[in-house]
Write a protein that binds this ligand. Sequence first.
Ligand code: ZN
Length: 178
Amino acid sequence: MARLPILEYPDPRLRTRAEPVAQVTDELRQLVRDMFETMYAAPGIGLAATQVNVHKRLLVADVSEDHDQPVCLINPEIVEREGTTTYEEGCLSVPGFTDSVERSAWIKVESLDQNGDPQIVEAEGLLAICIQHEMDHLEGKLFVDYLSELKRSRLKKKILKQRKLNPTAPEPASAPLS
Ligand code: ZN
C-alpha cells in the first residue's frame, strides 16, 4: 500500500477529463487500495482518481466515522436524482477552504465495483454530496467552479501567495471532505 500525492488547485492536471475504465485489473485494484489509504490518511471522505493524477473514471468514498463503509465506484453514472441540498464543502485539492455548494439530495448511481461487477448505489445526505463532488473531479471540475468568478480569483491569489511564502511547509489542515 502506498499513499499517493494529491494534486492541488490550481494545478492544470485537475482539469483533465477522465477516461472510462476499460477493464478492472489487479493493477486497478491496487490503485483503489492506495486511494483508500490516501483518503483515510488525509483525512478525507472521498477521493477521485483525478486528484492522484490518474485520469480514469474511478472514485472512492467513505462517509462513516469508523471507516467501515468504503464505497468504490468505477465508471459511475448518475441515472436518477431528486431534490436539492446545500452543504459546506471542502476538497483535499483545495486545502484550507470551504464554501457552500448546491447538489442533488438523492442520487442513484450505476457503476462497477472493484471486481468489475455492475452495482447500483442509492445515496442521500453526505454520501450523495460526496459522490457528486468526486464525479465532478472526473469531469475536470472543482467545487470552487461553483463560486463567483471574483471569489474564485481571490481564492486563487490567496493560495498562490501562501505557497510562495512558504513553499516547503506541510499541507494546511483540510476540511474533512474530499
Ligand atoms: Zn475534491
